[in-house]
Design a protein around this ligand. Structure first.
Ligand code: PLP
Length: 395
C-alpha cells in the first residue's frame, strides 16, 4: 500500500543521533549503567547571566510576534559581536536570526536549490545537510575526504566535483564529526576554485568556531572575492551552551538571498522565539569569560580523551583542532564479527554499554564518533570500557 506521507518526507533519513539517543535511554530505563559518548552539545549549564536574561525577557513581555529577521536590537548586538570577537563585518540588515543554525542552513538551501541542482558536501559531514538538500529536491554530491589530509576538501577534489548543475558547496569548519579546522591558506585554495565558478554559492557552517584549541578558526568571510555568494552560519547553541534556546543566525551580503530567506521564514516560522533572542543578545553583548571557561574545560577533556585513545592499540586518530569529538578509525578491528561502523557501535553498546555514533552516519564507515562533552570521570570510565571491548575482539 502506498504511504500517505509525501515522498519529500519518506525520502529523508531519520537522524541517527536521535536513534542512538533513544536506544541509550531505553537501556538506562532498564537499569543498565550506560555511558553515552553521543552528546552533540556542550554538557555545561547555560551561564547564569544568560538564564537571568531570559527570565527578564519573560517579565518584560517579550511574548508577542516579532520581526521575521529578529529584533533590531539583537541583530545590532550580533553585528557588533561578530566584528569585535571574530572580525567579521555584517550589518544588522544582512543578518537573519532563526530557530538554531539548523533553520538558517535549511532556509538557505531551500532558497537556492532547485530540483536537480547539485550540492557538494565533503564527507565526513554533519548528518542534516544531505537531508535538507533532498528536501529541496536537490542532489547531494558527496566528496569523500581522507584522514591523510585531515578530512579536509582539497582544491582539486572540489574542482573535479563541480558540474554545470552545481549550485552550492557546504563547508563546515571546525568540523563535526572530525574536529578539523581549515587553515586560512587551505580556505584560500578552495576560494581560488570558487572564483572560477561564479554561479556557485557557499554555505560556511562555523557553529563550532569558538570551540577551538589552536588559537582561532579562520573563516571564509575573510575572502572578499566570494562575499556576494557566501552564506555565513553561526549559532549561540554551542558557543554559550544554550542549544535548547534555539537561536542561530545566517549572514549574507546578497540582498536577494536575504529577502528570499525572509519570505520563506515569514511563511513557515514567523520569527525565532523572542525571549531566546533576548538571551542571545545578552550572551553576545556581554563579557565572553564563559566562552573561555568552557573552552578551557573542553581543552582538558580533549587532552584526556586523546591520551586514553592513544592507549588503545590499532586505532588511528588525529587530535581534533576544534569541536568536542574524537573521530578514530577503528577499522583494524573489523573482521568476522564486526563488519562496519554500525556493527561496531552496536557491539560497544551491547557488550561494553558505551554509546558512540557510527561513522556511517557521517559518511565514513571506518570511524566512530566519540563526544568528549562530559565530565572527566565519565570519559575515563567509557574509554576503559571501549578499550576492554576492543581488546576482547583481538583475542
Ligand atoms: N551545524 C553543525 C555542524 C552542527 O553540528 C549542528 C548541531 O549539532 C548545527 C549546525 C545546528 O546547530 P543549532 O541548530 O543548534 O544552532
Amino acid at each position: 500500500m502506498s504511504s500517505i506521507i509525501s515522498h519529500r518526507v519518506t525520502n529523508l533519513e531519520p537522524s541517527q543521533s536521535l536513534v542512538m539517543a533513544q536506544r541509550f535511554q531505553e537501556m538506562r530505563q532498564k537499569g543498565v549503567d550506560v555511558v553515552s559518548f553521543t552528546l552533540g552539545e556542550p554538557d555545561f549549564a547555560t551561564p547564569n547571566h544568560i538564564k537571568d536574561a531570559i527570565c527578564k525577557a519573560v517579565h518584560s513581555d517579550y511574548s508577542h510576534y516579532g520581526p521575521v529577521a529578529g529584533l533590531q536590537s539583537v541583530r545590532e548586538t550580533i553585528s557588533r559581536y561578530l566584528l569585535k570577537e571574530k572580525h567579521i563585518a555584517y550589518a544588522p540588515n544582512e543578518l537573519i536570526l532563526s530557530v538554531g543554525a539548523k533553520q538558517s542552513i535549511c532556509n538557505s538551501i531551500l532558497a537556492l536549490v532547485n530540483s536537480g541542482d547539485e550540492v557538494i558536501i565533503p564527507t565526513p559531514c554533519w548528518v542534516s545537510y544531505s537531508e535538507m538538500v533532498k528536501l529541496a529536491e536537490g542532489t547531494p554530491v558527496f566528496v569523500k575526504t581522507c584522514a591523510e589530509t585531515g578530512y579536509k576538501l582539497q582544491a582539486g577534489e572540489l574542482e573535479d566535483a563541480i558540474t554545470d548543475r552545481t549550485k552550492l558547496l557546504i563547508l563546515c569548519s571546525p568540523n563535526n564529526p572530525t574536529g578539523s579546522i581549515y587553515s586560512a591558506s587551505e580556505l584560500g585554495e578552495l576560494v581560488r576554485v570558487l572564483e572560477r565558478h561564479p554561479n556557485m554559492f557557499v554555505i560556511s557552517d562555523e557553529v563550532y568556531a569558538e570551540i577551538n584549541y589552536i588559537g582561532g578558526a579562520p573563516s571564509l568571510t575573510e575572502f572578499a572575492s566570494i562575499q556576494g555568494r557566501l552564506i555565513y552560519i553561526d549559532s549561540a547553541s554551542k558557543t554559550y551552551a544554550m542549544p535548547g534556546y534555539r537561536i542561530g543566525w545566517m549572514a549574507s551580503k546578497n540582498k536577494e538571498l536575504i529577502d528570499a530567506c525572509l519570505t520563506l521564514q515569514g511563511q513557515y516560522n514567523t520569527c525565532a522565539c523572542l525571549v531566546s533572542q533576548k538571551a542571545a543578545e545578552t550572551a553576545c553583548g556581554g563579557k565572553q569569560d564563559c566562552v573561555e571557561l568552557m573552552r578551557k574545560g573542553f581543552t582538558k577533556r580533549r587532552e584526556l580523551m586523546c591520551e586514553l585513545a592513544s592507549d588503545i592499540p590499532n586505532i588511528r586518530f588525529a587530535k581534533p583542532d576544534g569541536a568536542f569529538y574524537l573521530f578514530p578509525d577503528v577499522s583494524a578491528y573489523y573482521g568476522d564479527a564486526i563488519h562496519n561502523s554500525d556493527d561496531m557501535a552496536n557491539y560497544l553498546l551491547e557488550t561494553a554499554h558505551v554509546a558512540v555514533m557510527a561513522g556511517s552516519a557521517y559518511g565514513e564507515d571506518n570511524c566512530i564518533r566519540i563526544s568528549f562533552s562530559m565530565p572527566e570521570d565519565i570519559i575515563k570510565k567509557g574509554m576503559q570500557r571501549i578499550k576492554d571491548a576492543l581488546m576482547r575482539l583481538k583475542k
